[in-house]
Design a binder for this molecule. Structure first.
Ligand SMILES: C[S@@+](CC[C@H](N)C(=O)[O-])C[C@H]1O[C@@H](n2cnc3c(N)ncnc32)[C@H](O)[C@@H]1O
Length: 237
């Protein structure tokens, strides 16, 4: 299939998802769970600009972000595109809704699903020697689990590569990410999602809204500071 035709097919499935929702939902939680279309477009454009070939995603759910990642990979057209999605609950909680959409979009040839918690899946990928160009993080939002995701993604994503997190307005995600920014030289790219969806940090109406997604670039070469150089990183929410 030609690249244009593959892209059209992915876009058609994305449009269908936007109009009619996923093939199955677990209740009226689509809007709360899934990445909004505008942010999906920004994620796609960012990944296309990076010329990505291998992308790791944590949290497949209804597949909105996965389809955007797939569209980016098809658009770039690198020789061996790979999208590795990690989600232990795709079958049990989402009745495979996200995976079905990836299949409908013709992306099952480049996408794979690891049905394990990310804290178990990511170290396996490290041990397998996987090197990714970028990662999208939207799995468990508990502080300790996001922190561990980022710990392993630091080993999986190549130096100079990108990590994008959804829900940077939540105190748990925001605080976990700030450790890496304050201590390990991860550089935020504030322009990447400036025109995307905004939320009040911690849902506090008085706090000025921030973009819900945040992109960071890993340092090249990697930074490994001495423990005495530790910087407090509490995001102050
Ligand atoms: C907010 S949803 C992701 C939404 C998705 N990005 C989209 O656009 O539809 C969070 C997902 O993380 C998954 N998840 C929860 N705990 C996880 C864990 N420990 N490891 C990996 N995924 C996890 C859930 O099953 C759910 O699919």
């Amino acid at each position: 299939m030609e690249a244009d035709e593959r892209r059209r097919r992915v876009r058609a499935v994305r449009a269908r998802l936007g109009r009619g929702g996923p093939p199955r939902t677990r209740g009226p939680d689509l809007e709360r769970v899934t990445l909004p279309a505008r942010d999906c477009d920004l994620l796609r454009d960012l990944l296309v600009g990076e010329g990505v070939e291998t992308v790791v995603e944590i949290g497949l759910a209804y597949g909105s972000s996965a389809l955007a990642i797939g569209e980016a990979l098809v658009t770039v057209g690198a020789p061996h595109p790979r999208h590795i999605a990690v989600d232990p609950f795709q079958r049990t909680s989402f009745a495979d809704a996200g995976w079905r959409l990836l299949r409908d979009a013709g992306l099952d040839g480049i996408s794979e699903l690891i049905a394990l918690p990310s804290a178990l899946a990511l170290p396996r990928l490290v041990a397998d020697g996987l090197v990714a160009d970028a990662a999208f993080v939207d799995g468990s939002h508990r502080f300790h689990e996001v922190f561990v995701d980022l710990y392993f993604l630091r080993l999986l994503v190549r130096p100079g590569g990108l990590i994008v997190l959804d829900d940077d307005w939540t105190p748990s995600v925001r605080t976990a990410l700030r450790y890496y920014e304050h201590n390990l030289g991860w550089t935020p790219l504030p322009a990447a999602f400036a025109t995307g969806t905004h939320r009040h940090p911690g849902d506090a109406p008085a706090a000025p809204p921030v973009p819900r997604c945040r992109a960071v670039r890993l340092p090249d070469p990697p930074v490994e500071p001495p423990f005495e150089a530790f910087q407090p990183f509490w995001a102050g929410l």
